[in-house]
Design a protein around this ligand. Structure first.
Ligand code: SF4
Ligand code: SF4
Length: 165
């Protein structure tokens, strides 16, 4: 069985805090292209697992470009064609859900890796802060805070669970 990629969002956030000037590498992995632009693994994982899904979602209210909305499962989704990278949503989020470098357009394109390509995957692991990205034979394992993002990517994150969820 092919190994899966494990991205540790907990360690990634700590790495961002330790070195806020560091640009994190970005990974793209798609089984099929969606109609809403390229999304990085970090963005997909953040909105799926880190976001607390606020009922009033101040991030949506503050967005000057109407670029954010909730999908049918209540997961925030960003329309990349509308987003103007103002970072108002990053600033207003009371839980610091998004990392400080989210949604910056003028980025070093060399930092984007296509995880469908084995060589790019190797480079992505090397470029990521130590211990944040690895290959694993494991599968989803909630008791270890490991969750499945898609058929190739697992994410380690603390989920916020309320009593009525
Ligand atoms: S960064 Fe993009 S999604 Fe966030 S508030 Fe600004 S325009 Fe909206
Ligand atoms: S404000 Fe933050 S935690 Fe709340 S819905 Fe928006 S991104 Fe999620």
């Amino acid at each position: 069985m092919a190994k899966k990629i494990l991205i540790d969002m907990i360690k990634l956030r700590a790495a961002m805090v330790e070195n806020s000037s560091q640009e994190l590498p970005e990974a793209l992995y798609y089984t099929s292209f969606n109609s809403n632009g390229l999304k990085t693994i970090r963005e997909l994982a953040t909105f799926r697992f880190t976001c607390r899904r606020c009922e009033d979602a101040p991030c949506i209210g503050v967005c000057p470009a109407d670029a954010l909305e909730k999908d049918k499962d209540g997961i925030i989704m960003r329309h990349t064609n509308l987003c103007v990278s103002c970072k108002s949503c990053v600033t207003i989020c009371p839980f610091g859900t998004m990392m400080t470098d989210f949604f910056i357009h003028h980025r070093n394109r060399d930092l984007f890796y296509d995880l469908n390509d084995e060589k790019e995957l190797e480079k992505f692991i090397k470029a990521s802060p130590t211990g944040t990205v690895s290959l694993t034979d494991e599968d989803e394992s909630p008791e270890k805070n490991i969750y499945r993002l898609n058929d190739k990517v697992l994410v380690k994150e603390y989920l916020y669970i309320t009593e009525n969820k």
